[in-house]
Design a protein around this ligand. Structure first.
Ligand code: NAD
Length: 488
């Protein structure tokens, strides 16, 4: 199907109880950040529609939980196949609403398809335990049961994957789900719902509601019939969710980061430069695990700055629909662009040295979009915003160090604990960095901290719980202890 047809079919609709229903609430335009043009509109979900979606998910829960894992796995495999078949159209929708180049968006859609197959395989492997008892004639079974109705609230930077991990885990575990995607990237989620419908997944198992987080997201947090909130987004909203949840419910919070890279004296310089370039600027730095700040050992400092500056300048920035293979597209929102500029100005005012970028690209193609050049600041100090706060944009700060101890101390000196990176070849440096970086994910001599079959989550203000892997799936289950007396 063409992206434009898909978009027009879901315009201002919610997906409730297996059907696309025209929303009754106020319309809000959705803008293409590369051109400033309106691509379509969403409807703000009303309390009545939220209740309908929750009621549908509740009705669907028991039958879905009782469906054999093998059948749920088949549904997930089918969903994965259908998503992969329509990856091109879904990718174009994502580029239109989010700004990332089409090739990157297609990659994300295909990773979502892979996630469907991964969770399908995991669905049939969830099992319990038999626990020894201290009296004869008893047996204790520890079994896992799906939690129930999940409210999934997601951000705009990875509109397919961050919806997908929650959706796949719900489908695999036997939970049902109501998804509230970010208001600026709602159509990727609605396109996924169209695939859920095509896959024949029973009505009510998956629902999508669009609208403002403070209204629709908050309503799911407060709803008495939602058993778990699976949230990915900023630490501020995560904290607001934790504070405002009026009843005991399961929360998994995947929050912001402020991720360091340490380039130790023994590092392979060119590998470190390639890694820093990829993980600082991919998706315009709008990644929770983007490298925000870099600490480089003094002997490598100037060579690193020179090579990294050149690599950043060489990245192509373009409208991702016109140039699907561009390295970077438009930023997704004006707020994100403003924050990037504010962090840049703060750094420069405090004496940082501009090594690359520093302004929007020039030309008519960029005139109305949210574009900025990948930007590198050197000689940064700890109090600069670029070093202490998550920028969530194409800006990275660099500072020099003499002792590895000092670099580790500065890397850990943050309320966040999502991901950290290090390049080193000396075995003792590798060992120390792996052990002492206080983060949920540590990548050494590479910058891909997350893989599908290992748990991915933050610590400290970066959240609780995890996604991916067996551990991520188990977040969708409750334990039950069944103590049987079978003897005299
Ligand atoms: P955000 O917190 O502003 O919004 C996330 C979602 O929460 C959106 O759907 C929004 O509508 C909703 N929301 C807003 N207020 C709400 C409320 N009061 N109650 C319920 N829902 C509400 O985040 P964002 O700007 O969309 O995304 C960027 C942030 O997400 C960054 O901080 C980034 O680090 C983080 N992030 C974390 C991960 C991770 O895995 N840890 C992954 C991606 C993004």
């Amino acid at each position: 199907m063409r992206a434009e047809t898909m978009l027009s079919e879901v315009r201002a609709h919610h997906f409730i109880d297996g059907q696309f229903r025209p929303g009754q609430g106020e319309r809000t335009p959705v803008i293409n950040p590369a051109t400033g043009e309106t691509i379509s509109a969403i409807a703000q979900a009303l309390p009545m529609e939220i209740d309908q979606a929750v009621a549908a998910a509740r009705r669907a829960f028991r039958p879905w939980a009782r469906t054999l894992p093998k059948q749920r796995a088949q549904a997930l495999h089918k969903l994965g196949d259908l998503i992969a078949q329509d990856a091109e159209a879904m990718a174009r929708i994502m580029t239109m609403e989010q700004g990332k180049p089409v090739n990157e968006a297609r990659g994300e859609i295909l990773k979502l398809a892979e996630a469907c197959h991964f969770y399908a395989e995991e669905a049939v492997r969830v099992h319990g335990e038999i626990v020894p008892n201290d009296q004869p004639g008893f047996q204790s079974l520890v079994v896992r049961e799906p939690i129930g109705v999940v409210g999934a609230i997601t951000p705009w930077n990875y509109p397919a994957e961050l919806v997908g991990w929650k959706l796949c885990a719900s489908l695999a575990s036997g939970c049902t789900i109501i998804i509230k995607p970010a208001d600026i990237t709602p159509f990727t989620a609605l396109a996924i719902a169209a695939k859920v419908q095509e896959a024949g997944i029973p009505s009510g198992v998956v629902n999508v509601l669009t609208g403002r987080g403070s209204v629709v997201g908050q309503a799911l947090v407060e709803h008495p019939d939602v058993d778990k909130i699976a949230f990915t987004g900023s630490s501020a909203v995560g904290l607001q969710i934790q504070r405002s949840c009026p009843r005991i419910k399961r929360l998994s919070l995947e929050l912001g980061g402020n991720c360091p890279l340490i380039v130790a004296a023994s590092a392979d310089l060119s590998a470190a430069v390639a890694g820093a370039t990829r993980r600082s600027f991919r998706n315009m730095g709008q990644i929770c695990i983007a490298i925000n700040r870099i600490y480089v050992a003094r002997p490598l400092y100037e060579p690193f700055l020179e090579a990294f500056g050149k690599a950043a300048e060489a990245l192509t920035v373009a409208n991702g629909l016109d140039n699907p293979g561009a390295d970077c597209g438009a930023m997704a929102s004006a707020d994100a662009l403003e924050k990037t500029k504010a962090h840049l100005e703060d750094g420069r005012a405090r004496g940082a040295r501009l090594i690359a970028g520093g302004a929007a690209p020039i030309g008519p193609a960029f005139a109305r979009g949210l574009f900025f050049r990948p930007t590198v600041l050197a000689d940064c100090t700890p109090e600069m915003l670029v070093m202490s706060e998550e920028t969530f944009g194409p800006l990275v700060g660099i500072s020099v160090f003499d002792e590895l101890d000092e670099a580790i101390l500065r890397a850990n000196d943050t309320p966040y604990g999502l991901a950290a990176y290090a390049f080193a070849r000396d075995l003792s440096e590798v060992h120390r960095l792996s052990e002492e970086l206080d983060y949920g994910n540590v990548a050494v001599n590479n910058v891909d901290a997350g893989i599908m079959n290992a748990p991915y989550g933050g610590r400290k203000q970066s959240g609780v719980g995890c996604e991916h892997g067996r551990e991520g799936l188990l977040e969708y289950f409750n334990f039950k202890h069944i103590r049987l007396k079978y003897g005299p």
